[in-house]
Structure formats: structure tokens, C-alpha cells
Design a protein around this ligand. Structure first.
Ligand code: GDP
Ligand code: MN
Length: 392
């Protein structure tokens, strides 16, 4: 789960990371009032969306007076901001964060990520902050410092100091950087994060370190025990298809192809997607409807897959172990009769009660293409899709 910048800053501040003063705004009036409240010479109005690279997309505006703050807020609120990370649909801006502007000399990149290979938290730092880490890796790979933390010991002060010295900071700043690194590591482990990123972490013109931006991602499987984190969820920032799926207990990932997939088991879903590609098609989604798929669940899955405009054919592939083919078949019949399905539908059933399942499909009188094997199902789905497209 992702959270907003202002939320990440609040959490990190609780672990001793210095952040600028700021406040939320939901309207231009509020934004202008916030800037007045904060005082000072200049302000930054920042779009709160679940994405980085907002600056380049026009989502971070430096303002010198309250009128500029008002105008910046007016220009941003209610718009969809498209960054290199959001995809073409962009993300809706419905809240802003107004901060006092900070003059700075240097921008540092700091990231803590879970390195699956070493099974450790990896600290990544670079003196070339301000740009995205991918860009740093490409243009200034030598500037990147990496250090992995032994989970049994946690991050130690000497390790943090080594990173700080590597960034070429002076003695006073090294002490601040050490506190920041230890704080970020504690936040990472105490809150079950999978990523903490401060970019840029700046050296202000008066020599202090300050986190101008902050990003955190959390382990979804640990949210049940992190109430203070899970309540920060902002559903308006999630892919609508994936959000609906999560709310219905279905595991769904939206893709760009045209063959909608309804499958039980993540492994079978992956294999089916491979077979669709092998047969010359492109899957529209990954969808695992899980083990005990009741007819209601199958209907929900159909509605979900059909809510994607890109779907031009549907492939149902069920291997029933715990599941029962007759239930799935009932679900398919229920879904097809209750929802208007105007795309070809291929169903492959195997496993428990497969005979009853097939019988239900046959006797339904519905226009369903049945298949025997995985390869057969993928071939038929791609052929039906091509034929339907050819007709249209
Ligand atoms: P991102 O583009 O989504 O990563 O948003 P950031 O919060 O990192 O802002 C983008 C850029 O705006 C930063 O790299 C800074 O260069 C600049 N910026 C952000 N806040 C301030 C500020 O308070 N003062 C100044 N001078 N620049 C800022
Ligand atoms: Mn940033």
C-alpha cells in the first residue's frame, strides 16, 4: 500500500526525521490561508497523489506570495496529474500540501528498500538527489552508495556514519544524517514498510538536513497489525479495477491485452496467460478467483473482467481440486444470464465434478465454447477473439 507524501512525512517525523512545516489544503482559499499561517517568504504547493516525479509533471509549484499560492492550488485541484509513473490516466488531485519553501545548496537521494536477494533492508544513497533513482543509476552510477543491514542487529550508528561520510557531509551534518538513517530504518521495520524514500533530502543554505519529499510503501500482508498505517489508505489513488477486486476478495491485476481471464489459482493463472501469448493473444488481466469459488464469486469475477473496456473475449479456466466444477458452471451460467456478455466466452473445466459441470454448461443453451485442455482453451480463446474482431 502506498501513502501520500504528507502522511509519510508525518510518520517519519515521529522517528526523528526533520521535515519542513506544512499544512493540508482542499481549496485555493485554504491553501492561501495555510501559507499565511506558515508565514515566511515563499511556499511550495504540492499535489498529493500516489506517484513520484510530480515536479516534472507540474505538480509541485514554488510560490512567492499568497496570490500565487491561490492560483497554483486552483490550477491543481480537481485535475488528473499524469507523471511518468502513473500511466496515461494520471491520478486525481483532491488534496494539496502547502509547505514553507526551503532554500538549499545540495540535494541528496536516500532510499531504503527490501532487497529480496539478500533478504535484507538495503540502504541506497547518492549525492545526486533530485532526480529519480533510475536516472541516477543511468547517468551517475558511481555516485550510488549501497549498504545492507543485518536484520539480527539492525542498523548500527557506525554504518550510518559511513554512509554519511560517503556523501561528503561535514561533521555536524554527519551527526544529523546518522539520526535520519537510524530513524528511517526504525520506521521501516516498526511499521512493516517495504520502501522508504527521501528524495530530495537537502542540505539547506544554513547547513541543516531536511527531507523535502518522502515516500513510503507498506507490506499489505502486515496491514492487519498496523492500524495507524492502514487508516492512511486513499482508495481514490488506486486502480479502480484492482480496488474493486480487493474489496471483493479477488486477486486481480489489470493488463493491457484483450482476453479477459477468470482462473482459479495463481500458478494456473500465470500458465494460462503464457498460453494465451503463445497462441498469439494478449491477456487483459490476471485474476485468481481462489479456491472455494461459489457461483456468486464467479459472477463477481465476470462483472470485474467485463468492467474493463479492453476485454474482447473471455477465457474461464478452472482446475477444481477444492473447488467443484458444477459450482463454477452454475456461476458461469448465472453470470452469463444476468450480465450482458457480448464477447465470445471459452470455458475449460477440469477436476472435481467435471461431468456435472459440463452438463450444466451444455444444458444451459448458452453460447459457450468449451475446451478440454489448457492449450486447447488458449487456442480457442484467441481464435474466437480474432473471429469476433474480424466480424466487427
Ligand atoms: P516529486 O517530483 O514527486 O519527487 O516531488 P518533490 O517533492 O521531490 O519535488 C520536486 C522538486 O521540487 C525537488 O526535487 C526540489 O528540487 C523542488 N522542491 C520541492 N520542495 C522545495 C522547496 O521547498 N524549495 C525549493 N527551492 N525547491 C523545492
Ligand atoms: Mn521527490
Amino acid at each position: 500500500m502506498d501513502i501520500h507524501e504528507y502522511q509519510a512525512k508525518e510518520l517519519l517525523a515521529g522517528f526523528g526525521v526533520p521535515v519542513p512545516r506544512g499544512g493540508l489544503a482542499y481549496s485555493p482559499e485554504q491553501a492561501a490561508y495555510r501559507s499565511q499561517e506558515l508565514g515566511g517568504e515563499g511556499w511550495v504547493v504540492k499535489a498529493q497523489i500516489h506517484s513520484g516525479a510530480r515536479g516534472k509533471a507540474g505538480g509541485v509549484k514554488l510560490c512567492r506570495d499568497q496570490h500565487e499560492v491561490w492560483d497554483a492550488a486552483d490550477a491543481l485541484l480537481g485535475k488528473r496529474l499524469e507523471t511518468i509513473q502513473t500511466g496515461p490516466r494520471g491520478k486525481l488531485i483532491h488534496r494539496l500540501y502547502v509547505e514553507e519553501a526551503t532554500p538549499f545548496d545540495r540535494e541528496i537521494y536516500l532510499g531504503l528498500v527490501l532487497d529480496r536477494k539478500s533478504e535484507r533492508v538495503m540502504v541506497v544513497a547518492s549525492g545526486a538527489g533530485g532526480m529519480e533513482i533510475e536516472e541516477i543509476a543511468e547517468t551517475k552510477p558511481d555516485s550510488i552508495i549501497r549498504a545492507s543491514v543485518d536484520p539480527a542487529i539492525g542498523m548500527e550508528a557506525f554504518q550510518a556514519r559511513e554512509i554519511a561520510f560517503g556523501l561528503g557531509l561535514d561533521t555536524a551534518q554527519v551527526a544529523q544524517m546518522t539520526q535520519i538513517l537510524l530513524g528511517c530504518y526504525r520506521a521501516f521495520t516498526d511499521l512493516d514498510a517495504t520502501m522508504v524514500e527521501i528524495n530530495p533530502l537537502v542540505v539547506t543554505t544554513d547547513g541543516h538536513l531536511l527531507a523535502l519529499d518522502a515516500k513510503m510503501t507498506f507490506d499489505d500482508n502486515a496491514l492487519f497489525r498496523r492500524h495507524n498505517v492502514s487508516e492512511l489508505r486513499d482508495k481514490s489513488q488506486e486502480d479502480i479495477r484492482e480496488r474493486d477486486a480487493a474489496d471483493r476478495g479477488l486477486s486481480y491485476v489489470g493488463l493491457d491485452g484483450n482476453i479477459g481471464c477468470i482462473i482459479n489459482g495463481a500458478g494456473l493463472a500465470m500458465a494460462t496467460m503464457d498460453m494465451i501469448k503463445h497462441a498469439g493473444g494478449e491477456p487483459a488481466n490476471f485474476l485468481d478467483i481462489g479456491g472455494g469459488a461459489s457461483p456468486e464469486r464467479v459472477t463477481k469475477a465476470f462483472n470485474l473482467v467485463l468492467s474493463d473496456d479492453g476485454v474482447e473475449a473471455i477465457l474461464v479456466n478452472i482446475f477444481a481440486g477444492i473447488n467443484r466444477c458444477d459450482w463454477v458452471a452454475e456461476g458461469v451460467v448465472q453470470a452469463v444470464t444476468s450480465t450482458k456478455i457480448d464477447v465470445p466466452l471459452v470455458v475449460r473445466l477440469a477436476g472435481t465434478n467435471v461431468e456435472q459441470g459440463r452438463k450444466i454448461l451444455d444444458e444451459s443453451g448458452l453460447d459457450i465454447i468449451t475446451a478440454d485442455t489448457l492449450a486447447d482453451a488458449a487456442d480457442k480463446a484467441v481464435a474466437a477473439w480474432k473471429e469476433a474482431k474480424g466480424k466487427g
